[in-house]
Design a protein around this ligand. Structure first.
Ligand code: GLN
Length: 472
C-alpha cells in the first residue's frame, strides 16, 4: 500500500484498523519530502515534532482510546503560520532565524486533534505574490512541470499536497493564495469566508482579507480540515461565532441555482481553460442544477482596488519589522539608519514595492483620492455579489485565466503578475468563501474550477464541490 497517496479518511480508517501505524505514516511523509527536495516546497522539516506526535497517537490506538479523524495524519503548514518552537520565516530574510514563540490558533486546534506536523512550506515573502518566486529562499517548482511555477503564495503547500509529501496542508489566502496554487498544482483549496477561521498567529499581510484555509487532495478532506480549524476565537476579534453546519450526505443538486458571471469569461482567458470550466458547469447542469447567467459589473475594478487596500494594510502591518522587536537587526549609528538598513536588507523587492505603494495611498495628500475611493469601490464589488446571491446559491468561475506559467515569465512585470489574480480577488474583497477544484488538464497542466459561496455559507460551497468530486 502506498501510504502517501491516502486521503484523510482513508488514512484514518487504516490507522484504526491497525493496518499501519501513525509512525509509519509520518515516516512515509518525511521520506517523500526528501524525495521531492528539488521542488523546494519545504523550508523546514519537523521530523522530531512529527515522530513524537505520531508515537503519541500510536499509544492512544494501542490503549484503545478513540481517536479523531485528523489524529496521526501528516500535515504541512505554510511558513507564515506560527508553530511554537519551530522556525517561522514568512519567506523573508528579515525573519530568517525567527523561532515562533507560540502556536497560531489553527495550530492549537490541529494539535488538539493530534495532527502530525511534518514541516513548514515555502511561500512568497509575507504571502505577497502569485507564483512562489518571491520567496527569499528560492522559488518552489511546479511538480507537473519543473520549468513552471506552482502558483502562490501558498506555493510549497500546493506542491507538497500534489506530490503526496503530506496528506493536506494549511495555507493562507488574501487575494488568491490558496486557490490559484491549488489550481496550478491540481489539488483542492478552500479560502474560507472572512471571519470563519481565526487569523491569530498568521503573519499579517492585509488583515481585512487574510484567511487561513486547507489545501487537500479531495473536497471531502477540505471539509474535515475546515471543520477542525473554524470557529470563534477570543484572540481574533474578527472571527465570528457560527456553528459548523453538518451536512446531509444525500445532497441533491435539483434545487441548486448556479450563477455564471459573464464578466469572468471576457478577453484574456485561455480558450482551453474556458472550455474545461464550461464543461464542468455543463456537468452540473446535467446533474440537475439550474444555470443562471449573472452580472458582477464592478469586476474590472477588483484588481486595482485590491492593490490599493492591500498595500495600505501592508504598510501598516509590516512596520513591526523594525530591527528592534525581532528578526534581522542591522548595525547603525542612529535609530533611523537602523530602520532603513534593516528593512532595505531584510525585505525583498515586491515587499518594498508594496510598502511604498501603501504608504503613498495613505499619505495625507492622496488618502481621499486612492484609499478612500478604493474602500468605496470595495463596497460596490460587495454589493454586486449581494445582488447575485439574491438569485443563485453559488457562483462558478475559472480560478485563473491560464494554467501554470513559466518560471520567470512574469517576474519583470508586476502588473502582469497582479492580473493573474483577476478571478480570485473579487470574492476576497467581498469576504466570501471560495474553493478551487481540479476540473481537467491542458497537457499535463491542471486547471481549477472556482466555486464561490454566499457569505459564511462555506459548507454549501463545499457541498456543491463534493458533488462534482463524487462524479469523477
Ligand atoms: N497574489 C496576490 C498578491 O500577491 C494574492 C496573495 C495572497 O492571497 N496572499 O497579493
Amino acid at each position: 500500500m502506498e501510504l502517501n497517496k491516502l486521503t484523510i479518511k482513508q488514512a484514518h480508517q487504516g490507522l484504526i484498523k491497525k493496518e499501519y501505524s501513525a509512525f509509519e505514516l509520518a515516516e512515509a511523509a518525511l521520506t517523500q519530502i526528501r524525495k521531492h527536495d528539488q521542488l523546494n516546497a519545504y523550508l523546514t522539516i519537523t521530523d522530531e515534532l512529527a515522530l513524537n506526535q505520531a508515537r503519541k497517537v500510536d499509544k492512544k490506538i494501542a490503549n484503545q482510546e478513540e481517536i479523531g479523524l485528523l489524529a496521526g495524519i501528516p500535515v504541512s503548514v505554510k511558513d507564515a503560520i506560527l508553530v511554537e518552537g519551530i522556525k517561522c520565516t514568512g519567506g523573508s530574510k528579515i525573519l530568517e532565524n525567527y523561532i515562533a514563540p507560540y502556536d497560531a490558533t489553527v495550530i492549537k486546534r490541529l494539535k488538539k486533534a493530534d495532527a502530525v506536523i511534518v514541516g513548514k512550506t515555502n511561500l512568497d515573502e509575507f504571502t505577497m505574490g502569485g507564483s512562489g518566486e518571491n520567496s527569499a529562499f528560492g522559488p518552489t517548482k511546479n511538480p507537473h512541470d519543473l520549468a513552471r511555477v506552482p502558483g502562490g503564495s501558498s506555493s510549497g503547500s500546493a506542491a507538497a499536497v500534489a506530490t503526496d509529501s503530506c496528506v493536506y496542508s494549511l495555507g493562507s489566502d488574501t487575494g488568491g493564495s490558496i486557490r490559484q496554487p491549488a489550481s496550478f498544482c491540481g489539488v483542492v483549496g478552500l479560502s474560507p469566508s472572512y471571519g470563519r477561521v481565526s487569523r491569530y498567529g498568521l503573519m499579517a499581510h492585509a488583515s481585512s482579507l487574510d484567511q487561513i484555509g486547507p489545501l487537500t487532495k479531495t473536497v471531502e478532506d477540505a471539509k474535515l480540515v475546515f471543520e477542525a480549524i473554524q470557529g470563534k476565537d477570543d484572540k481574533d476579534s474578527t472571527s465570528i461565532d457560527k456553528e459548523y453546519e453538518v451536512q446531509n450526505t444525500s445532497y441533491e443538486l435539483r434545487d441548486t441555482k448556479i450563477g455564471v458571471p459573464k464578466e469572468y469569461f471576457v478577453g484574456g482567458i485561455d480558450s482551453q481553460v474556458e472550455k474545461l470550466v464550461r464543461k464542468a458547469i455543463a456537468q452540473y447542469e446535467k446533474m440537475g442544477a439550474q444555470i443562471v447567467e449573472v452580472s458582477l459589473p464592478h469586476t474590472e475594478y477588483a484588481v486595482p482596488c485590491y492593490y490599493i487596500i492591500g498595500p495600505a494594510e501592508i504598510s501598516a502591518n509590516l512596520a513591526r519589522y523594525d530591527g528592534i522587536k525581532y528578526g534581522l537587526s542591522e548595525k547603525a549609528d542612529n535609530l533611523l539608519q537602523g530602520y532603513l538598513r534593516t528593512r532595505q536588507k531584510g525585505f525583498g523587492y515586491e515587499v518594498q514595492r508594496r510598502i511604498m505603494m501603501g504608504t503613498y495611498v495613505l499619505s495625507a495628500g492622496y488618502y481621499d483620492a486612492y484609499y478612500l475611493k478604493a474602500q468605496k469601490v470595495r463596497t460596490l464589488i460587495k454589493q454586486d455579489f449581494v445582488k447575485a446571491f439574491e438569485k443563485v446559491d453559488v457562483l462558478m468561475t475559472p480560478v485563473a485565466s491560464t494554467p501554470a506559467f513559466k518560471l520567470g515569465e512574469k517576474m519583470d512585470d508586476p502588473i502582469e503578475m497582479y492580473l493573474a489574480d483577476i478571478y480570485t480577488i473579487p470574492a476576497k474583497l467581498a469576504g466570501l468563501p471560495a474553493i478551487s477544484i481540479p476540473c481537467g488538464q491542458i497537457g499535463k497542466l491542471p486547471v481549477g474550477l472556482q466555486i464561490i459561496g454566499n457569505q459564511f455559507e462555506d459548507e454549501q460551497a463545499l457541498q456543491v464541490g463534493q458533488v462534482y468530486e463524487n462524479l469523477s
